[in-house]
Write a protein that binds this ligand. Structure first.
Ligand SMILES: Cc1ncc(COP(=O)(O)O)c(C=O)c1O
Length: 397
């Protein structure tokens, strides 16, 4: 394959243009008001910005916990490790639910087998920008008197049954971390729909420490660098020097307010989400039509009524050897695909003391962890890259 050794397409990302970074360095009148626009688009009662998506989830859980005796939180057995970190940080117990390998959503049959009458909340994940069955989950949550938290960390701009992800259930949140729909080098937006919950959240958020000067400085430096990092002509070098990826289980992460700089940057980058998501969807459409029916590869199918944003394009390979071979071939062609989260949540070292006793086995989550591969869809991906991906994955054995 004809390609330069000095080009590598990152696995995910959202450009942070310098024209968004520079105006965010200082407070000024007339700047874009992305947060207010998001709030009105969502029809949300209130929004809060905090230091990360996992901080947003911990705060939501803490607010719910103040009103309930229940202590278990149901999450997919295959998801981002930060979800588990947030539950541990809130002092709650994790109840794992197996995942449907076709939709990557919570498996409805597995969910029905769980003791939902003991659950404080159910938190589906919307991995890779594919919404879960939020309409059905809202009904299930109501039936069992549990809360639904709409984790839209990866679903900014996606909809389910025409409603924006993040607006289902009792409350929702988005992530502004690297690799998400838009980024401020870390950050989370929390959206509450119930008046009593809004007050509890507001009182927790008011008490949060402010971002330190060092944290603000790191965000400024990070965003300046990141504006170049996503370019394939630069990423190949960065990839050799820095560990940019990785999913970590860290129950000790900071809970803080978002720095004023990152808040201003959020105002600037949120209006870009629509255009970025359009590109991601277009790339996903091409990948889907090029890869549908390829032997040994299964494509995730969105749940009925969902309009995904495809932060990444997930496929399931035959087995881990097949995946490793594909990752190597794609990399040789200048494309950094990803094996996503390394294990199911239940296999994270040190997780057992946070898990509810008598967990059901979750065989589909283990199989997904061994076989999943995500292809990049972000605005740095070219039509030629998409063709390359289709040829490599489509002819793999
Ligand atoms: C599904 C999901 N939920 C929550 C989070 C937490 O977001 P953050 O990285 O901003 O803490 C992430 C991302 O890491 C995620 O992918």
């Amino acid at each position: 394959m004809n390609r330069s050794a000095f080009r590598l397409v990152p696995p995910a990302g959202a450009p942070v243009p310098l024209r968004a970074v520079f105006p965010s360095l200082v407070e000024r009148a007339g700047a874009p008001r992305g947060l207010a626009a998001l709030q009105s688009e969502l029809g949300a009662r209130s929004t809060f910005v905090v230091s990360s998506g996992r901080a947003a989830l911990t705060i939501l859980l803490e607010a719910l916990r103040r009103r309930s005796e229940r202590r278990e939180v149901v999450i997919p057995a295959y998801t981002c490790f930060s979800v588990a970190s947030a539950i541990a940080r809130a002092g709650l117990t994790i109840r794992l639910c197996d995942v449907d390998p076709v939709t990557l959503d919570l498996d409805p049959d597995a969910l029905r087998r769980l003791p939902l009458h003991e659950a404080l909340a159910v938190v589906p994940s919307g991995l890779y920008g594919l919404p879960g069955d939020l309409v059905g989950l809202e009904a299930t949550a109501r039936l069992f008197g549990t809360s639904l938290i709409d984790d839209a960390a990866q679903c900014l701009g996606a909809t389910m049954a025409g409603r924006p992800c993040g607006t289902f259930g009792d409350a929702g949140f988005y992530s502004l971390g690297r690799g998400k729909g838009v980024t401020t080098m870390g950050g989370g937006i929390l959206v509450a729909h119930r008046g009593d919950l809004t007050e509890a959240i507001a009182s927790i958020v008011r008490e949060l420490p402010r971002a330190s000067t060092a944290e603000t400085g790191a965000a400024v430096a990070g965003s300046l660098l990141y504006s170049g990092l996503l370019q394939p002509s630069i990423y190949w070098l960065v990839d050799r020097v820095l560990d940019l990826g990785g999913s970590h289980f860290e129950p000790e992460f900071p809970l803080a307010q978002l720095s004023a700089y990152q808040r201003r940057l959020a105002e600037q980058v949120l209006p870009l989400a629509g255009a970025y998501n359009k590109t991601r969807r277009d790339h996903a459409d091409h990948l889907r039509s090029g890869l549908e029916g390829v032997a040994g590869i299964s494509l995730a199918r969105p749940v009925a009524g969902a309009s995904p944003v495809y932060l990444r394009f997930p496929i399931l390979t035959r087995d881990s050897a097949h995946r490793a071979a594909l990752l190597r071939q794609l990399r040789a062609a200048g494309i950094s695909a990803s094996a996503s989260y390394p294990t199911p949540i239940g296999d994270i070292p040190g997780i057992s003391r946070y898990l509810a006793p008598d967990q059901e086995s979750c065989p589909a989550a283990s199989s997904i962890a061994a076989r999943i591969l995500t292809l990049p869809t972000h605005p740095g991906v070219t039509a030629r890259d998409v063709e390359r991906m289709i040829v490599i994955v489509g002819t793999s054995r």
